[in-house]
Design a protein around this ligand. Structure first.
Ligand SMILES: Nc1ncnc2c1ncn2[C@@H]1O[C@H](COP(=O)(O)OP(=O)(O)O)[C@@H](O)[C@H]1O
Ligand SMILES: [Mg+2]
Length: 210
């Protein structure tokens, strides 16, 4: 890790893989500032609300964009009659390390002419990739890591989320080209305390590159 840690972008192979839960664990462990630049979907608990609940010692910064519909940001913005503007896509200033959570995965459109990966490229932060352990994850993870190379994004590490799956883990380790920093199991109950304990037990932040 850098001596002065600027923070990390947390992305994943897909939506619903557990990025927000992992980001909450990371933000709590680092006493970081969490930032969700684009929130699509306001009816259920938002990602920022979830992080505030699961990471009591993190600072939750306001989102740059909030759209009502839970779908790809480019379309969610359209439904609300607006679009993502570059002038708001700057990393917020904070005296804490930043934990930035994107929307879905790297190749999700934030605007008709802009993918998540394009935005991440502008931000000089190493990226943590969250991946499921279930069937299909080897392909999804390696595709994501491949896209990171294409977009010249710096890989900090890979996190697995779910039940133990040694075959997938080994394949991702063998082909992935970056450290697997641990596996966060499914927690029941999931709350600030169980997350902090599981995070401390299972996630090795000292393995992070970048
Ligand atoms: N480690 C975990 N233990 C228990 N539930 C989890 C865990 N990770 C994710 N979940 C649950 O799975 C769902 C998707 O997780 P979330 O972190 O919101 O995914 P993403 O941010 O990738 O869309 C949520 O209901 C969340 O509470
Ligand atoms: Mg999320």
């Amino acid at each position: 890790m850098e001596s002065v840690m600027k923070g990390f972008i947390v992305t994943g192979t897909d939506t619903d893989v557990g990025k927000t839960v992992f980001a909450a664990g990371l933000a709590q462990a680092l006493r970081a500032a969490y930032w969700k630049p684009v929130q699509a979907g306001l009816e259920d608990e938002t990602d920022s609300q979830k992080v505030a609940r699961l990471a009591p010692d993190a600072e939750v910064l306001p989102e740059a964009f909030r759209f009502r519909t839970p779908c790809s940001p480019h379309h969610a913005a359209l439904v609300d009659g607006t679009e993502v503007q570059d002038s708001y896509l700057h990393l917020p200033a904070s005296d804490r390390p930043l934990v930035v959570e994107g929307a879905g995965g790297l190749m999700v459109p934030w605007r008709q002419d802009l993918l998540g990966a394009d935005v991440f490229q502008r931000w000089d932060l190493p990226v943590i990739v969250c991946a499921r352990t279930t069937l299909g994850t080897i392909n999804h993870t390696l595709l994501t890591l491949n896209a990171m190379t294409t977009y010249d994004l710096e890989l900090a590490g890979i996190v697995l989320i779910g039940d133990e799956e040694p075959v997938a883990e080994k394949a991702i380790a063998d082909f992935g080209g970056g450290p697997i920093i641990g596996r966060l199991p499914f927690l029941d109950p999931l709350d600030a305390q169980t997350l902090a304990e599981a995070f401390a037990q299972n996630i090795k932040l000292d393995l992070l590159d970048g």
